[in-house]
Design a protein around this ligand. Structure first.
Ligand code: FES
Length: 178
């Protein structure tokens, strides 16, 4: 049975487009071979692999991974919805995460977030998922503690970590996104 990802809601972007390349299949098979005792243990690495390839985990990814590991789709979907790292719709090419946990909140994370919203031209309720710019260049969301509370406010831009990001530093980081 095929499960829609929150079909009809904003979170559902529909099936991921693009071919499932031979390279993707080879990498997935390699991962699965690393778990000879139980191939279902390969589910998290396969979710990361799919998201790296297609940018998010939609119904096609859930179906493909569940078939590969002999799991039910709901067993894959529940991981996609549980871990904030996994996305159910495409984000921007430059994805910013701003820590909002108490030390960063006290250190000015709200001001940094507001500055980024303005610089990226994104709008919406940031407490309900990432805000994505119309041209698909930027996306912005809050994150919980990024484990550097002494250097608040802290943000991630894609996989790059930045500390003490005030409004001026936020402007520099956005300008550097080419
Ligand atoms: S509270 Fe922001 S890094 Fe810990």
């Amino acid at each position: 049975m095929s499960l829609p990802l929150e079909a009809g809601t904003e979170a559902c972007a529909g099936p991921e487009k693009g071919e499932i390349s031979a390279d993707l299949v080879r990498k997935a098979d390699e991962i699965v071979r690393q778990y000879p005792a139980s191939k279902r243990s390969a589910v998290l690495p396969l979710l990361h692999l799919w998201q790296e390839q297609f940018g998010y985990l939609g119904p096609r990814g859930v179906e493909w991974i569940s078939q590969k590991l002999d799991l039910q789709e709901i067993q894959v979907l529940e991981l996609v919805t549980f871990y904030p790292w996994f996305r159910q719709r495409p984000y921007g090419r430059f994805h910013f995460r701003v820590c909002r946990t108490l030390p960063c909140a006290l250190g000015g994370a709200g001001k940094t977030f507001a500055a980024l919203e303005k610089l990226m031209g994104v709008k919406g309720d940031p407490h309900h998922g990432a805000l994505v710019s119309e041209d698909g260049r930027f996306s912005l969301e809050y994150a919980e503690c990024l484990a550097s509370c002494g250097t608040a406010p802290v943000i991630l831009c894609n996989d790059d970590f930045h500390e003490k990001v005030d409004e001026a530093r936020a402007a520099e980081l956005v300008a550097a996104c080419k």
